[in-house]
Design a protein around this ligand. Structure first.
Ligand SMILES: C[S@@+](CC[C@H](N)C(=O)[O-])C[C@H]1O[C@@H](n2cnc3c(N)ncnc32)[C@H](O)[C@@H]1O
Length: 448
């Protein structure tokens, strides 16, 4: 492509700013979908180093978004097409509401982060917003926090639609559910990505938590492809012992699946394939459990007394060994500790390596992380899986481009159009899981 053409293309690309960017999982998905990432803001130096190393054309900004310099942000990012990212909402207090007209309590530091988020959006005036969080946000104050978010954005001219998406439905080898608000100030309806992968048996016998906003995918669509499994994601990576590390080593075998081939694009070497030392209990589990087994398959003699109090159908992912023929469960920031989730490798006596967790989150192998192992786990576990972010980014791409250039582009992928009438009743009627029969092991880990 001639230089002039490349400039032209870059000019036409929709632009993105990633607030609370972390490593940049969301940004990576948008970049893969053809957007130009202008910048990412985070208060963690390690996250910003990772972001800068992987988005060399973008501006990494180390800043505390509790006290952002709005003038500076406006100077740098005014005119950006899409603002993505969401603060952790755990601390939100909605006493008085979050929107301006509600008498919100600005002195409450728990509200500050979100109020500043709204102020940044108000200043930058992006056409579109993508705001990601855990589905559990819908339970805070019986749905009032989520409703306040929608109302606060409405007050500054943005219509936001919440939807819960299952990452596995978009080719991510992980049963991770995330609440994604997509919105705009252009009054266009909102397109969410139709599922490309599925498993009709996954939720059989269950009413899913927050079923009302889980109507896309989740085994209901006739998605063409099965969910990607652990083995399809990771079985080509070299064997590593507990506490061992392989870094900057050539791949030992060719890719064994389409997913592995895709993950290797742009990468010649296996990097950060590092596993953690285990506690004594984790080590027993890692050395004795079969794939798919968990703490209930261990003798009470080796388990601490607290396990005696767990009901037999609860905590089914604690000390669980993953199965190679299924997707992984939610990757958290503690995937080194088997007592906190389903993090035991299907066949090797250890928990997941950093690279395996990155693959299970769909970060390509060329994506290298900065910081200590604990800081990297934080970045990987907190990330929006790039392939999920990519699906969301592709779904709105034609509408974003239309707003930017006036050109009607064809759809990039199949979408589910949700008119933007999701309202108060829809959000407040959400409730937790209702069991309809014998619990499935998979359910609890996808609830949050
Ligand atoms: C859930 S993670 C974001 C993950 C990111 N969207 C991704 O896909 O990789 C939330 C991020 O918010 C950052 N953060 C928390 N409090 C902050 C603050 N006051 N100012 C700026 N960033 C903050 C954390 O360092 C963390 O990286």
């Amino acid at each position: 492509m001639a230089r002039g053409d490349a400039d032209q293309e870059a000019l036409a690309k929709p632009t993105v700013l990633d607030l609370f960017c972390g490593a940049g999982g969301l940004a990576e998905g948008f970049a893969q979908a053809g957007y130009k990432v202008l910048g990412g803001i985070d208060n963690s130096i390690h996250a910003i180093r990772t972001f800068e190393a992987n988005f060399s054309d973008a501006q990494g900004v180390l800043a505390d978004l509790r006290s952002p310099d709005l003038d500076d942000l406006e100077r740098q990012f005014k005119g950006v097409d899409v603002v993505v990212g969401g603060p952790s909402c755990q601390g939100f207090s909605t006493s008085g509401g979050l929107s301006k007209g509600s008498g919100r309590d600005e002195a409450d530091p728990r509200n500050r982060l979100f109020i500043n988020y709204i102020e940044i959006v108000e200043r930058l005036q992006p056409s579109w917003i993508v705001f990601e969080n855990v589905p559990g946000l819908l339970l805070y104050e019986s749905g009032k926090v989520a409703l306040d978010i929608v109302e606060a954005f409405a007050e500054i001219g943005y219509k936001l639609v919440p939807m819960i998406l299952l990452a596995a439905d978009y080719g991510v080898p992980q049963l991770r559910r995330r609440l994604v608000f997509v919105g705009n100030r252009t009054k266009q309806d909102i397109s969410f990505p139709a599922a490309t992968h599925g498993d009709p048996d996954l939720w059989k016998g269950y009413a899913l938590p927050f079923a009302h906003l889980s109507r896309i995918g989740h085994g209901r669509s006739d998605a063409a492809l099965p969910h990607v499994t652990f083995d399809e994601a990771c079985a080509d990576l070299p064997i590593v012992a507990e506490g061992g590390e392989i870094d900057r080593a050539p791949y030992q075998i060719p890719p064994l699946s389409d997913y592995q081939q895709r993950m290797r694009i742009g990468s010649e070497l296996v990097c950060q394939h590092a596993s953690a030392d285990l506690s004594a209990l984790d080590r027993v589990a890692a050395q004795t459990l079969e794939p798919g087994q968990n703490w209930r398959n261990m003798s009470m003699d080796v388990l601490p007394p607290r396990f005696a109090k767990i009901r037999s159908y609860d905590a089914t992912t604690i000390l669980k060994r993953l199965r190679g023929d299924q997707p992984a469960y939610t990757i958290t920031t503690k995937f080194n500790e088997a007592t906190t989730g389903a993090f035991l490798h299907p066949t090797q006596a250890r928990t997941l390596t950093l690279r395996e967790a990155a693959r299970l989150q769909s970060f390509p192998d060329r994506f290298v992380f900065s910081g200590s192992a604990a800081q990297i786990r934080q970045q990987i576990g907190n990330a929006v899986p790039p392939l999920l972010a990519r699906a969301v980014a592709e779904a709105i791409y034609p509408d974003v481009m239309f707003g930017k250039t006036g050109v009607v582009a064809g759809p990039v992928r199949d979408v589910v159009v949700v008119d933007n009438a999701v309202g108060k009743a829809d959000i407040l009627k959400l409730h937790g899981a209702r069991k309809r029969g014998k619990p499935l092991a998979a359910l609890e880990t996808v609830a949050d």
